[in-house]
Design a protein around this ligand. Structure first.
Ligand code: BES
Ligand code: MN
Ligand code: MN
Length: 468
């Protein structure tokens, strides 16, 4: 064996040697995928999303996956492929997404977002860790197993989505329509990160989301603030009053009923979080804020993983140019999102927030509320045989038992797998904890990428032994 990264698959010399021999080619293919600017949220990039789907489908066919198809959803397509010749063995639904987030602010990137570079053990590009890197790792593990053994130890049904970063609007209907075809024993989603350094992690919960846009309208056009000021309402002032009333300074949300369905952390949950290696001061310094906020009575990790939030993502209105301009703006706008936890329901939280805004809004303005997307929170079982197998595979390849973490981010498809397909999910993710998801200079650790491919290969061998 030539490589510490291969320790967990050391018994499989052919696989080890194949992965060593194909390293360069693998990197070139990874870079080619990263070069496609498949930003799902920007309509002008629709053709790039399709190009990414086609790239991935061609890759899947080339490595020996079967029934590969680009499946229409009404939005960006889902790429499906399977390998079902492991009779009597478990069938796993594998999920990752090929779409990425927008890249602005562009001037903060050290190198262009769609021109991947490898430097200091990192590959830098939009999508490197969220989520093209993890998608690519799954394909490379399948490639290596099929190339060296001519078969997989389990049955796989692979779906790669193209709308995850824009709220997966068409995915639930697609899952419903393909329920029979997707029948499996459990699901694996690779779209999460490690918690600390290169210590492997298994994510055991995700927050949900409801996203709201609030538009406040006053006069027909901007008015002279001297000629009309004092008699006519200012929509920017009103919007600020509403936003300020939604939340207390300590971080607790003021919307009546907001916390009604929130499951309190159990004693075991609290202990599990308290055991994680977490240094509050280092966390604060890494972000660059003078102090942290948070709901009284909860630790930082509880606030991040087990408590809901309400945040303004953007707010605009009125004159923003240079110098003074004396107006009463005609309208003002805010984008507001709530992260949700078990057992909150996005629809219900939307109604609560909308109802409270209706109470707060004065008669002096008109306003509209739009719902821009939502997703259910999810919990995954820590003691499921598929989770235990993932822990063994991670420990064998990364040399440390995984940490069990509660993720503050959202992957709504996880709840859909359970709700629509009746599947439990293992959240087996490999991104670095500080991988700059959605931010400039997103990166993937080359060690996590290489070792993770071996983890996945090892995982399928571990899963093969699970009772069905
Ligand atoms: N991969 C992320 C979710 C995630 C974030 C996992 C941070 C681990 C750490 C996913 O692609 C994502 O960004 N989800 C969106 C969901 C939204 C668009 C519905 C999110 O959390 O904002
Ligand atoms: Mn993702
Ligand atoms: Mn993302």
């Amino acid at each position: 064996m030539t490589d510490a990264q291969s320790q967990g698959v050391a018994g499989d010399e052919e696989l080890v040697s194949y992965l060593d021999r194909t390293r360069e080619r693998r990197l070139e293919s990874f870079k080619a995928l990263l070069r496609i600017p498949s930003i799902s949220g920007i309509p002008a990039h629709a053709a790039d999303c399709r190009a990414a789907a086609e790239f991935v489908a061609a890759d899947m066919r080339a490595i020996g996956l079967e029934h590969v198809e680009i499946s229409e959803t009404g939005g960006h397509p889902v790429v499906y492929g399977d390998w079902l010749a492991a009779a009597g063995r478990p069938t796993i639904l594998v999920y990752a997404h090929y779409d990425v987030q927008p890249v602005d602010p562009l001037d903060l990137w050290e190198s262009p977002p769609f021109e991947p570079v490898v430097r200091d053990g990192r590959i830098l590009a939009r999508g490197a860790s969220d989520d093209k890197g993890q998608l690519h790792m799954h394909l490379r593990a399948i490639e290596a197993l099929l190339a060296t053994h001519g078969k997989l130890p389990v049955n796989l049904k692979v779906i790669f989505e193209g709308e995850e970063e824009s709220s997966s609007v068409h995915l639930d209907a697609w899952l419903e329509a393909n329920r029979e075809k997707l029948k499996s024993d459990f699901a694996v989603i690779s779209d999460t990160s490690f918690f600390e350094g290169n210590l492997p992690s298994i994510t055991v919960s995700l927050r949900g989301l409801v996203y709201i846009q609030l538009d406040v309208f006053g006069s027909r056009v901007d008015l002279h603030s001297g000629a009309y000021g004092g008699a006519v309402e200012n929509p920017v002032n009103v919007l600020c009053q509403i936003v300020a009333a939604l939340k207390r300074p300590d971080g607790r949300v003021s919307v009546p009923g907001f916390y009604d369905d929130v499951a309190e952390p159990s004693h075991l949950d609290q202990q599990a979080l308290a055991r994680l290696p977490f240094d509050e001061d280092a966390y604060r310094d890494s972000i660059g804020v003078p102090a942290l906020i948070g709901e009284p009575g909860y630790t930082v990790l509880e606030r991040l993983g087990m408590r809901p939030t309400l945040d303004v993502n953007g707010i605009w209105g009125g004159f923003e140019g240079e110098g003074p301009k004396t107006i009463i703006p005609a309208h003002a706008h805010a984008k507001i999102s709530c992260r949700l936890v078990a057992n909150q329901d996005p629809e219900q939280v939307f109604q609560l927030v909308a109802g409270y805004i209706a109470k707060l809004a004065p008669r002096t303005v008109r306003y509209t509320i739009q719902r821009l997307g939502d997703g259910m929170p999810s919990l995954t079982p820590i003691d499921h045989p598929a989770t235990l197998a993932a822990a063994r595979a991670l420990e064998a390849t990364f040399g440390a038992a995984p940490l069990y973490v509660r993720e503050g981010g959202s992957i709504p498809v996880c709840a859909s797998f359970e709700g629509i397909l009746g599947l439990k999910t293992v959240l087996l993710g490999f991104a670095p904890p500080d991988g700059q998801f959605h931010a400039p200079n997103e990166w993937m650790s080359m060690t996590n990428y290489e070792t993770g491919i071996r983890t996945i290969a090892r995982y399928w061998a571990e899963v093969a032994g699970i009772e069905r």
